[in-house]
Design a protein around this ligand. Structure first.
Ligand code: NCD
Length: 358
């Protein structure tokens, strides 16, 4: 089995994501990740396993006895939420997921309140956290930092798992998991996700949720991906290269109305202007045609889905919010369950939950 302790950082960081994945596995043959860093670690059987576990946790949690059982499952574990970028949903849903499983948590939400402010390196900070906790859930503006931290910890005397809760413009694997879980549930009794058309719209260049979800969708059969954005914010070449390599049907477009008409799911995103190199650069881009409103709602199929990782600005009009096809509220709650599933599985408690008597 490939181990992070047997490869230097330079060599590891030079590998492709597919080559990195085996180094991040929990143990030989069980298919689960130990460190969850990017979407390329998930294949279809694993996605289906995690969705089944999330459904199970959701069901068990309905009764008081079941909820108390779940709270005992990982009551001996502590998790650290290390978020050096703004977050509401990702932070809170991970926190709630830990609470469901009985995990005690600690958090740093602003590096200015930790010793990083005094000049401590991130490597030293992470080793500090690992002295007190059994898992680190981290979000950072720096692409690749979660990988570096995973390598550091695996090569330390406290090798604990890292869960990437958003890394720069690059990846957001747990958001993609909740998006897939939402799609699977939405199309559960309607023929499933295979053969569907998913339309991505908005800032596809800098949206990490799009990058991770686009990859996860390649695990399904014949799902067409359509990328609708102003040309300045179109999806990057590396995403397209993956689709080409995997023989996935895709289209690049700037026509949201046409996309919505044909779509089974429309995944709207916010303009990620925090990444602008000059302040106000995004505001100069014409984005008015990339908003979902009353007219688009009329064009959407009766069993279509409107999705958004949130937070939104005005890219989905509030008049859509009560439509049964608006899935963005459900996505949030699904995030809590699928994150609980991932955390439980990472700690090796998948069977204990699946097979319990509740
Ligand atoms: C997203 C993110 O942080 O990438 N938010 C989230 O985690 N739900 C999307 C965004 O900020 O636009």
């Amino acid at each position: 089995m490939a181990k992070l302790t047997e490869i230097g950082w330079e060599e590891f960081s030079g590998l492709s994501l597919d080559e990195k994945s085996p180094y991040l596995a929990r143990c030989e043959g069980d298919g689960l990740p130990y460190h969850t860093l990017f979407a390329q670690q998930f294949d279809r059987p694993l996605l289906e396993r995690l969705c089944a576990l999330a459904n199970r946790i959701r069901f068990i949690n309905k009764s008081k006895e079941g909820a108390l059982y779940l709270k005992s499952v990982l009551a001996h574990k502590r998790a650290m939420l290390y978020f050096s970028q703004p977050s509401s949903r990702t932070f809170l849903s991970h926190l709630a997921a830990c609470q469901i499983l009985g995990i005690t948590t600690g958090s740093v939400r602003d590096a200015a309140t930790s010793s990083e402010f005094k000049g401590e390196s991130k490597e030293d900070s992470i080793r500090t956290f690992s002295s007190y906790f059994d898992m680190i859930i981290m979000r950072s503006p720096e692409q690749g930092l979660a990988e570096k931290m995973a390598w550091e910890l695996s090569n330390s005397d406290r090798p604990i798992p890292i869960l990437n809760a958003g890394s720069g413009k690059d990846q957001h694997p747990t958001q993609a998991l909740l998006d897939i879980y939402t799609l699977i549930r939405s199309f559960e009794n309607k023929g499933g996700v295979d053969g569907r058309m998913v339309v991505f719209c908005g800032d596809l260049l800098r949206g990490r949720t799009v990058r991770s979800l686009s990859y996860l969708l390649t695990n399904f059969n014949d799902v067409k991906q359509v990328f609708i954005a102003p040309k300045e914010l179109q999806v990057s070449d590396d995403v397209i290269a993956i689709l080409k390599k995997k023989g996935v049907r895709y289209e690049i477009s700037d026509d949201l109305k046409a996309g919505v008409k044909a779509a089974d799911a429309v995944y709207m995103t916010r303009i990620q202007d925090e990444w602008d190199s000059t302040k106000g650069a995004s505001a100069k881009i014409e984005t008015s045609h990339f908003k979902f409103g009353a007219e688009e709602l009329k064009l959407l199929k009766p069993d279509g889905c409107i999705m958004h990782p949130l937070p939104r600005r005005d890219e989905i009009a509030t008049c859509c919010d009560r439509d049964p096809r608006a899935m963005y509220w459900r996505q949030m709650r699904n995030g809590m369950w699928i994150r609980a599933a991932l955390i439980a599985a990472t700690f090796g408690y998948e069977r204990a939950i699946m097979d319990c008597g509740y």
